[in-house]
Design a protein around this ligand. Sequence first.
Ligand code: ADP
Ligand code: MG
Length: 708
Amino acid sequence: MPSMASNNSSTHTAKSDFYARRQEIEKHRKALPIAAAEKRLLEEVRNNDILIIVGETGSGKTTQLPQYLFNGGFCRSGGIIGITQPRRVAAVTVAKRVAEECGVPLGQKVGYAIRFDDLTSNSTRIKYMTDGLLLREALLDPYLSKYSVIIVDEAHERTVHTDVLLGLLKTVQKTRSLGARDIVNSGNKKDENGTLLGKENGVQNTGILKHCQSTKLSPLKLIIMSASLDAQGFSDYFGGARAVHVQGRQYPVDILYTNQPETDYVDAALITIFQIHLEESPGDILVFLTGQEEIESIERLVQDRLPKLPESKRKLLVVPIFASLPSEKQMKVFMPAPVGFRKVILATNIAETSVTIPGIKYVIDPGMVKVRTYDASTGIEPLIIVKTSKAQALQRSGRAGREGPGKCYRLYPENEFEKLKDSTTAEIKRCNLSNVVLQLKALGIDDIVGFDFIEKPDRMAVIKSMELLFLLGALTEESKLSDPVGHQMSRLPLDPIYSKALIVASQFNCLEEMLIVVAMLSVESIFYAPREKLDESRTALKSFSSTDGDHLTLLNVYRASEEFLEKSKQVNSKEKTENNLRKWCKENFINSRSLKHARDIHSQIQRNVEQMGLQITSCGDDMLPFRRCLAASFFLSAALKQPDGTYRALSSGLTVQIHPSSVLFRMKPECIIFDELVRTNQNYIRNVSRIDYLWLAELAPQFFALQE
Ligand code: ADP
Ligand code: MG
């Protein structure tokens, strides 16, 4: 537009950059495999209230479909298009990308909401969120009435939240089409309590239906998206719903195996990174690792080795991506490496199907994944590292062939592949269900075993979870949500034991302390102890350690960081203060990313408890009430010292050991409570605190009296 041309050349450049970027984005969008199917998909959504869309990873489902629907008029009457993701990282990065594609600031037309972080506004029409968050929204708005379309993305992941959401949405969807057609306009059958007899319409009769008569509801479009080719299961579950397939694009990927099993896959991955970097043609590398600690350790090892290479070979850029990485850092994986550089992305299985990173030519797959497991007989829920399934291995190798032929290095011998399980067991079959039970109860769904799950959880696991909730005081003897504890617990976005700890703390006058400790417990690894600096890191930890245990040590770290921040703020700019804090963290061997995450969580849960009307008071210097409070909430993971220095966990009977990272590792008090059990070759417990054995019977008689 010549009339708008400015004689200021820098503005001119900025403008042409802007237009060039927009053109590039448009070109990219049009080239995606899904683009050719836009019209057909819109037609399908118009004609089908429930639609299943299956398409290869990277075809454009997650980023494009919501935009097509928006442009196709699905938000016209003010409705929102909600897209759920099993992973926080996907919700955030995809929302950012889509906002950019739409040319709008994030949080306006396009936004995201995840636990502890909501970037939406009244004008948001395309909302990315985690499946767990939408479940929480259902507590306040049982019909999810502000949504005109809900897309359950990555349904093949079958997280427990996705499974519960599918059951809930099935009812909501039917209710809302009834609401629009029958309920509002015609007489409807009710039972003696005025509850709609939903079964007549094929709808499970749940509490959701109770308010239905009074609300004018518009129908809901429900879309289930999956990267697995097996759509039949979803279709059957939704009464033979229509399934469509979106064609993807896949180039050949050369699969390489090792000759021998690797004893240390982290080391093997490191060697392979350098082997590719030094011997293979240009192209980025994606490495699948199991968690933050592993990623950060490889990150450091690569950085340490790079200076030892000849100068011309040092152009390797390492970028990590995992859930608790601050979101601005997560976006770095999508940025192209500087000219001449090779990018190596260290990812958890986030990069398997949830996010597609451009430029990948090489994949390194150690064949491992970290999963939460649950043993209903002992009630323990350790995180363990297990082999991937065949389906996961195939998805991972597929990431190398998105833009051209690629290579995948599986760090195990070929005959091992055949031994892998075909697909991963749904999470609902292997997790502690207490959170799910609590939420379903809060939604008015009392018959958990009778709930219409796509795959039923084991009866024993349901019973165990109810028992746990009863012991925590969230359920009554009749298995109803208790008042106020059960209701309060269901409103907190935390594990039931943490919620219980906050509620108890408000009675023990130490909620200020417990908020900090729960926030610190909610993040992965606050401390880091690099192998080569083990002694230094131990000395640093000493200045924070409390002889009472790790919980109070975490409290000391948080408070010390607060104090440091306060002082620094008085004399420095915000930016300088943040830099200083990072430096302080480094000196003290504290993970600054994790600390920042904990600070964010802290402010959110503080708001939550304030809204619930709990009093935030501090116990000051006397830590006795705080420790008693730990006993009153973590009593299910109390353990007693045995003559050989190991511990016996009282509720499960398991023999456990204090993890060497605990401040109580050497001290070994008689009676302790712990937060987490990690199973490697030993049963290690982490985050351990000293309590008095007698407190257990006094503060948790419902459990310890039963034991006698
Ligand atoms: P699907 O959901 O079918 O797996 P997506 O919609 O996630 O596919 O991805 C489509 C394309 O968008 C991919 O080529 C991917 O590289 C690109 N993309 C997604 N997110 C980003 C981002 N944050 N930055 C740059 N490109 C992105
Ligand atoms: Mg996707």
